[in-house]
Design a protein around this ligand. Structure first.
Ligand code: FAD
Length: 309
């Protein structure tokens, strides 16, 4: 099969999610890439170095400065004459663009795949990850979003692809970029962090959340996450949320502090390599998935742990 993978990039750097998506695409066949954006020549060059890639199509231009689905999808669709499958990471950007590509190609999208069983058969989570469905697509062209935590990232270096400039498609101008508000943090990004410290409702206030969780995360060089209850209560910002309706993460180490382990939270973190839970209730469901459990009062344990570290 010939596959085309959408490259996600920010500040000139290719995102890890793309490397994992290339890993998934490589299980289907040959991998070419699509880079879009304004002034993305260097991104195209970097993409060509990704292990195993062939052609890197680079579409530039002011219209593509922001990855609007309305602008990017027509570029991908035009290329799809020569491809059997289009893949994106199951990220905010990927989940925005892929459905539009699928609609324009008049095919069904296969969402959030966990594995490639064969060229038309995939597994994907349903019921918040409580069951895994095996799905087969009979569409001639596949449009697939990839759960990136389920696939090995390919090496960012070592490839020798060729860069092919292409023209941006003309858009209908009905959608335009107005502004973006992004949060800036010195900490690692949640979805690619090796270690995550997450806080739950038990933290009790925004002040306590930040005065207990942040120093522990700083000691560990970790990203900070939160349960939905903590986010809803205003203890932590929205983009910290881990879970079914938040971010899906699978770090080397996930530290859950004062989080009960509701099924919707587990859906976002249960594939973490080592799970450490701190909770005063020894029957809390989080302990069923935890590799290391500390039963006790977080207000005592967390400062002690931070101090010892
Ligand atoms: P709680 O369940 O209230 O747990 C707090 C825990 O802290 C308890 O286990 C308690 O024993 C412990 N504790 C209390 N005091 C202390 C102390 N002093 N020391 C140590 N431990 C203490 N949730 C998510 O997280 N992410 C999602 O994406 C998400 N999506 C959802 C989608 C839907 C459709 C629905 C219906 C729910 C969703 N939820 C999600 C909410 C989810 O069901 C839970 O309500 C939420 O995860 C609970 O958060 P929590 O564990 O912080 O709070």
């Amino acid at each position: 099969m010939k596959t085309l993978v959408l490259v996600e990039h920010e500040g000139g750097a290719i995102k890890d999610a793309t490397l994992a998506t290339v890993g998934a695409a490589a299980k289907l066949g040959d991998v070419d890439l699509l880079v879009t954006g304004a002034g993305v020549g260097p991104v195209g060059e970097a993409a060509a170095k990704i292990a195993g890639v062939g052609t890197v199509h680079v579409a530039g231009g002011a219209e593509l400065e922001h990855p609007l689905a309305e602008a990017v999808a027509p570029v991908a669709v035009r290329l799809m004459d020569g491809y059997d499958a289009f893949l994106t990471a199951s990220t905010t950007t990927g989940k925005n663009i892929a459905p539009r590509v699928a609609a324009l190609l008049d095919v069904m999208q296969v969402s959030d795949i966990l594995s490639v069983e064969s060229e038309d058969t995939f597994t994907r989570p349903i019921y918040a990850g409580n069951a895994i469905a095996t799905v087969r697509s009979s569409d001639a062209k596949k449009v697939i979003t990839v759960r990136t935590t389920a696939f090995e990232k390919v090496a960012a270096e070592g490839g020798s692809g060729s860069v092919q400039p292409i023209e941006a498609a003309v858009t209908d101008g009905k959608a335009r970029f107005v502004s973006a508000e992004t949060s800036k943090s010195e900490r690692p990004e949640l979805t690619s962090a090796a270690i995550i410290v997450s806080g739950g409702r038990a933290l009790g206030s925004s002040e306590q959340f930040h005065s207990l969780i942040d120093p522990l995360a700083d000691k560990l060089g970790a990203a900070v996450g939160a349960s939905r209850a903590a986010v809803d209560a205003g203890y932590a910002p929205n983009d910290y949320q881990v879970g079914q309706t938040g971010k899906i993460v699978a770090p080397q180490v996930y530290v859950a502090v004062g989080i009960s382990g509701a099924i919707q939270h587990l859906a976002g973190m249960k594939d973490s390599k080592t799970i450490i839970a701190i909770n005063k209730d020894e029957d809390a469901p989080i302990f069923q998935v935890a590799d290391v459990g500390l039963v006790g009062d977080l207000f005592k344990i967390v400062p002690e742990l931070t101090e010892k570290l």
